[in-house]
Design a binder for this molecule. Structure first.
Ligand SMILES: *Cc1c(COP(=O)(O)O)cnc(C)c1O
Length: 307
């Protein structure tokens, strides 16, 4: 699978805006979940597991990608999902098409349901493998440590250095990988995660733990790397959005033909522009990492057109 998505200049206003189109990775609508799960499925096949279990909401990009890789590799797939999540979304419909086994659970019983599911599978003689929600964990982090080399190579070839790198941050594994990648490649750039759910303190703490986990595993002395994780642009919480986010989603599609979504990339683009405006940042090279989630763009269209 060719994993090198394009980076290109899409706007040149007060700053030079570049975008890394992770959404164009050529499998299952791309995105950071494809990059992470390529690593997870290597591990699953290596271990000879035959049933993957993961957790995700109905709109989860991670769950869709896991379901898709499972079919591709002839591995059974069970997705544990919160039961109060009524609305069908494009991702939940795709999971259905892919034949994933869906188990609904009350939110306060997620842990228990995961444990019971894994035990039942083992008792039935299967070899289950559990992937944390969102593809969180060292294997997911590593995918973005490795991906940093595209940024480095692009910088070298085009002779530009990105002063800022922005992205939508959820569990923070993607951000942790990029921060480590920047450090290992000796690339000084301010990496800014726009939170899509967590408060700054918890978000930054989890990223710090992911970074330490990586250094421990690689037997590199732990470094205190800069973590920028901002919760100012949440606009009410996970999957909530405001008029400005809608404005950016429409603008990006109209002007650049780039789909953004209300939960991740649209929120991060909004946060990025607010940050640059409020800090009066000009004449810098800015890279936005488009982390994918294209099916959510269509959910948004359905929502705003009421059909
Ligand atoms: C999951 C996801 C994220 C967040 O990634 P983390 O590594 O969990 O921070 C960002 N954007 C999109 C489109 C996603 O699906």
């Amino acid at each position: 699978m060719k994993l090198i998505p394009p980076i290109y200049l899409y706007e040149n206003d007060n700053n030079n805006h570049y975008i890394l189109r992770e959404d164009l990775i050529p499998f299952s609508f791309g995105g950071n979940k494809v990059r992470k799960n390529i690593n997870f499925f290597k591990e699953i096949l290596f271990r000879g597991c035959n049933h993957v279990v993961t957790y995700g909401s109905k709109s989860s990009n991670h769950a869709r990608v896991v379901a898709n890789f499972s079919v591709k590799n002839s591995i059974k797939c069970t997705i544990i999902t919160p039961e109060n999540d009524e609305k069908a979304t494009f991702n939940s419909q795709i999971n259905h098409v892919l034949g994933a086994n869906i188990i609904y659970t009350p939110l306060n019983k997620v842990k228990e349901t995961i444990e019971n599911t894994l035990n039942d599978l083992e008792n039935n003689g299967e070899r289950p493998y559990f992937i944390e929600g969102g593809g969180h964990g060292l294997i997911g982090t590593k995918a973005y440590v490795d991906a940093f080399k595209y940024i480095k190579d692009f910088s070298k070839t085009k002779n530009i250095r990105f002063d800022y790198i922005f992205l939508a941050s959820g569990t923070g594994a993607t951000q942790a990988g990029l921060v480590i990648g920047g450090f290992l490649n000796n690339y000084s750039s301010k990496i800014i995660g726009i939170s899509v759910a967590r408060d700054s303190q918890r978000g930054a703490q989890v990223i710090k733990e992911s970074i330490e986990e990586y250094f421990t595993e690689e037997k590199i002395p732990i470094k205190n790397l800069e973590i920028n994780f901002f919760d100012e642009y949440l606009s009410g919480g996970y999957s909530k959005y405001n008029q400005e986010i809608s404005m950016y989603i429409n603008k990006y599609f109209n002007l650049y033909g780039i789909p953004l979504d209300t939960t991740y990339t649209g929120k991060a683009v909004y946060g990025m522009h607010e940050y640059l405006k409020n800090k009066n940042i000009k004449n810098k090279n800015i890279l936005f990492i488009h982390t994918g989630g294209t099916p959510l763009y269509f959910d948004y269209l359905k929502e705003i057109t009421n059909v």
